[in-house]
Structure formats: structure tokens, C-alpha cells
Design a protein around this ligand. Structure first.
Ligand code: AHN
Ligand code: ZN
Length: 329
């Protein structure tokens, strides 16, 4: 019975993506950019597979099991996988056993770009309207799994059609164990992005370099809109222009707004300041949303699979693949 259900699911997936060429957004004859193949159903199923493990909070079995699953998917799609294990201390003096998962596509190419996302879940839904949820971990379908899901689907597509450049998928751990609203002490940037800080310091011991990095953070929420985040503009304006121009050319200008957003302390901040690689952040900016400018489900119990929108995944995935295929050696 289970096997039949799985076969049926794969069949539906094949029907929904495989057959038709993705040319819908490209009917304008003046538009010379080819819309790459990207299957939002597949990205969605990668998100669901992560949330099915349970919240991926560091120091839990769900976290460790999901990390191995992510690594196995990158391997399946032909990437050279490195697990960077480390321990780190949080603002509340918890010691975490963590892993950054690195998947290198075209490992021998000297010209490289980075796609980055955190894969851990926040341990507390401390922005939930109901205080009963403040101590519960977050499913993190959007704030964690969405970026990983889009990157895994990009890796799957790159195996079918190789890019000219190398692509490093860097899935960082321990981004989201930062202090919440009720924290009494001073809020430091370094409380966030612990996995990225570790990766960037290690990187500085090597000769590794990348042309630029693109961080995907909460790229699947219903009603998402992406503005030009300010640290991204400050450190990587040409990369922001490249990505936002491509989105507009593909017909996704209603999601990728040309206005400026706020300054966000996120993984890209440490790639810029420690690793010195220009890094931008694709992150929602909804200044009129009363729960959070990151969207209504941010750090709440509602950040689950029901609030993921395939159209948002589709826009982000196609835009990034088009940027990657456009990049020359
Ligand atoms: C702060 O709230 C300081 N930074 C947001 C970074 C973040 C948390 N991204 C996802 N969750
Ligand atoms: Zn978060």
C-alpha cells in the first residue's frame, strides 16, 4: 500500500513538473532570458521532508537525522559533500553540537559562487501571539527548511544541466538560537549565525574564495515580498542588482520589489564582515505586517508547511537558476 502511494506521488510529481517546458513567464518576445527549469513541487516536497523530522533544534535527534538526510540529498545530486562539525556556545550559555553541510557542485572550477541557507530550527516560538507557544520549538518550514528546499532543487537541476561556474551550497547550522524579545541583556549581532561565524573563520585559514554569496532566508512564505536588504546593498550592490534585475526580467517584479528594506543581522552579515565575500540576503520585508516585518509566521507556531506558497518558491528558484546559468567563468 505504502509503495503504491509513493509511486503515485512520484507520478504526480513527474506530471506536475517533468513534461512541460517552463516557458509560461517568458511569452514576451522582447524577453531574451530563458526561464530555467525549476520544479516548485519538488522544492515543496524537500521542505515537507525536513519538517516531517520535527523541529531541527540543535542537540536533538530530529536535527541530527535531518542533517544526514540533507547531506545524502546533496550527494544524490552529484555534489561533493563536506560535513563541518563544531561545537559552539549560545548567548544563554548552552553548548551546541553542530554541523555545517557543504555541497560543492563542479568542485574543480576556480570560479565559484555560494548559495547559503540555515538548516536549524529556532528552539522557541517566542513571537507567537499565544504565550503557551513561547517555550515550544518551531517547525520552521519557512525559517529554515524553505531555503534548504530551494537549494536542493537547484542542485537537482544543476545535475541535469551543468553551469559554467562552480556552486557551493553551504547549509549552515545554529543560525536561530538568538535572544528573543524578553531578553534583558544587550543584543549582540554575534548571538545569531553561529554556524556561519564558524565557517567564515575557518575559511580565513584557507585560500578558498568565491565571487559572491546569496543567502536564502524565509523564501517560501505566503504573501512574501523581497526588498533590497540594506547590508546586502552596502556590501554587494552589484549582486543585488543582478538578482533583482533577473527577477524583473522573468516576470517576478511583484515579489522582488525594487525598494530598500531594513538592516538585518543574518548569516550574510558574517560572510561579508568575516569572510570578506560580498553576500546578499533574500529575506521578506513586509513593513505593514503587525506580527513581524519578516511576515506573520516568523518565530511562531504557524511557521509550518501549511503556510508555504509554491509560487514564492518558484520565483526564487527560477531567478537564482537564471543568475547561475548566466554567470561565466
Ligand atoms: C534578527 O532578528 C536580529 N535577525 C533575524 C535573523 C533571522 C532569524 N533570520 C531568521 N531567523
Ligand atoms: Zn528565525
Amino acid at each position: 500500500m505504502k509503495k503504491i502511494a509513493l509511486t503515485l506521488l512520484l507520478f504526480i510529481l513527474a506530471l506536475s513538473c517533468g513534461g512541460r517546458k517552463a516557458a509560461k513567464a517568458n511569452t514576451d518576445s522582447a524577453n531574451k532570458v530563458q526561464v530555467p527549469e525549476f520544479c516548485a513541487d519538488s522544492a515543496y516536497s524537500f521542505i515537507k521532508e525536513q519538517t516531517d523530522f520535527g523541529p531541527r533544534v540543535p542537540n536533538t535527534k530530529a536535527h541530527d537525522d535531518c542533517g544526514l538526510w540533507i547531506a545524502s540529498k546533496l550527494e544524490e545530486y552529484g555534489a561533493e559533500v563536506h560535513l563541518q562539525e563544531f561545537t559552539t556556545q549560545t548567548f544563554d550559555k548552552t553548548t551546541l553540537k553542530c554541523t555545517n553541510i557543504i555541497g560543492k557542485i563542479n568542485p574543480n572550477s576556480s570560479t565559484r559562487i555560494i548559495l547559503c541557507s540555515h538548516w536549524d530550527s529556532r528552539p522557541w516560538a517566542d513571537n507567537d501571539p499565544d504565550p503557551a507557544n513561547w517555550s515550544k520549538p518551531v517547525d520552521a518550514a519557512n525559517d529554515g527548511a524553505s531555503g534548504v528546499g530551494v537549494i536542493l532543487e537547484i542542485a537537482r537541476q544543476l545535475q541535469k544541466k551543468a553551469p559554467q561556474i562552480g556552486v557551493d551550497c553551504i547549509l549552515v547550522d545554529a543560525e536561530d538560537w538568538g535572544p528573543g524579545n524578553n531578553f534583558q541583556g544587550r543584543h549582540l549581532e554575534t548571538y545569531w549565525g553561529l554556524g556561519t561565524q564558524y565557517w567564515a573563520k575557518q575559511k580565513n585559514q584557507t585560500s578558498y574564495h568565491a565571487r559572491y554569496a546569496i543567502l536564502l532566508d524565509m523564501v517560501g512564505g505566503k504573501g512574501a515580498q523581497f526588498a533590497r536588504e540594506r547590508y546586502s546593498v552596502m556590501y554587494g550592490k552589484n549582486v543585488v542588482d543582478k538578482v533583482w534585475d533577473m527577477a524583473a526580467q522573468l516576470g517576478f517584479g511583484s515579489l522582488f520589489k525594487s525598494k530598500e528594506g531594513g538592516f538585518v543581522t543574518d548569516d550574510h552579515y558574517f560572510i561579508n564582515t568575516i569572510a570578506k565575500i560580498p553576500a546578499i540576503d533574500i529575506i521578506p520585508y513586509l513593513p505593514n505586517c503587525k506580527q513581524s516585518s519578516f511576515g506573520p509566521t516568523w518565530h511562531t507556531a504557524s511557521d509550518n508547511i501549511d503556510n508555504i506558497d509554491k509560487n514564492v518558491l518558484d520565483a526564487v528558484g527560477k531567478t537564482l537558476l537564471a543568475v547561475i546559468y548566466n554567470e561565466a567563468q
